[in-house]
Design a protein around this ligand. Structure first.
Ligand code: ASP
Length: 366
């Protein structure tokens, strides 16, 4: 019999009606789960629920809560066979992406899920999402950070919220589903195991950067050790990252302060295969200055599918010449959290630039 650790961070699934709209309420989810008979059937794994304090709408979740989630998984890693993270849908893909990078050596399932309709309402999707996520976490097949929603199991760092009100709220536009839940949970075995696809030895990089198991640079400079269970957590530190989505007619000079303000990272959501308009002469000098100031400029595409190939068009080659790096087919969620992760490792900028273009956790295909 497997045991699953459920972390409830907040979000619609356990929200109640208030005068100001839905909001999470401490203790309410546990009460609701006590009434869900299916959760207590013999076919279900054993589970324990840990509620975060405070419970948050996921719009309020950022790197301190990612660190809290990662530390909770680390603290309970040996006691449980898998983890279910109950999370609001709005920023679930960001958290799942962040955790995929932060949990180095992960060899158990970590399944994010939640609901579009709270459990307190009649047509809630929370019950199925929770029950299936628990089963997936107990089966030990998808041993990576994933996201289960609306009958689909997606790689966390390939997922994106696609619908504000539909029950199939998430998509993985440029990577196959990890599993589909019909009558059976049908795993797509060839899509699984994000970590095995990585071309980079992150453990070695962490060591070189002086990182111990506490997730911070080792003050004494002693050799950081990998724990017996193989899991090491990198906490995310505050970093200065910006995202600019291009549109026809964009006036780049309006963004000058952002571009030249020594940001750590700037993600450009460009057209098609990485193209920028050529009619505004102010853009390239700004990008060049940003790069000279130490900002890592990553070029992503606005298209849900397909990859950035800088250099295909004249309009994209200029970015390459200016020193931008390609985000290939990474989602914005994965790009932002990967930048934050690599900065938190304290790596030299040249190394961060190099690694942004490498596959660390199955987040990009080159
Ligand atoms: N605003 C909610 C949240 O992200 C939406 C949801 O959970 O579906 O916490």
């Amino acid at each position: 019999m497997s045991r699953i650790c459920i972390l409830y961070t907040g979000g619609t699934i356990g929200m109640v009606r208030t005068d100001n709209g839905y909001a999470p309420k401490a203790g309410y989810l546990e009460e609701e789960m006590g009434h869900l008979r299916d959760l207590h059937r013999p076919e279900m794994p054993e589970w324990d629920l840990f509620e975060f304090d405070p419970l948050l709408d996921s719009s309020n979740i950022a790197y301190p809560e990612w660190n809290q989630m990662a530390r909770a998984i680390e603290a309970n890693y040996d006691k449980y066979d898998g983890f279910v993270v109950l999370h609001g849908t709005d920023t679930m893909s960001y958290s799942a992406s962040a955790l995929s990078f932060m949990l180095d050596g992960l060899a158990k399932p970590v399944v994010f899920t939640g609901a579009q309709i709270p459990l307190c309402e009649p047509r809630s999707d929370g019950k199925d999402n929770l029950i299936t996520a628990l089963l997936i976490a107990s089966q030990g097949i998808a041993n990576e950070v994933s996201l289960y929603f609306g009958n689909r199991l997606l790689r966390g760092n390939r997922s994106t919220k696609q619908s504000a009100d539909g029950l199939i709220a998430f998509a993985s536009p440029d990577y196959p589903d990890l599993a589909r839940a019909g009558i059976h949970i049908d795993y797509r075995v060839r899509s699984l195991n994000a970590n095995a696809t990585s071309t980079v030895d992150l453990a070695a990089l962490r060591k070189a950067a002086g990182f111990g198991t506490a997730g911070g640079a080792d003050a004494e400079g002693s050799e950081p050790e990998t724990p017996a269970n193989g899991l090491t957590v990198t906490e995310i530190k505050k970093s200065r990252i910006g995202v600019i989505k291009l549109f026809p007619g964009i006036q780049f000079d309006l963004f000058e302060p952002i571009m030249t303000d020594r940001l750590d990272g700037l993600v450009l959501e460009t057209f098609g295969a990485g193209n920028i308009p050529g009619y505004d002469a102010s853009l390239l000098p700004l990008i060049t200055r940003a790069i000279e100031n130490g900002t890592i400029v990553v070029v992503c595409t606005q298209c849900p599918q397909g990859t950035v190939t800088l250099g295909t068009y004249e309009t994209g080659s200029a970015l390459l010449r200016a020193g931008a790096v390609s985000g290939y087919n990474m989602t914005t969620e994965a790009t932002v959290t990967k930048l934050a992760y690599l900065y938190s490792l304290g790596l030299p900028r040249a190394e961060i630039r190099r690694l942004m273009e490498q596959n660390l956790r199955g987040e990009l295909t080159r």
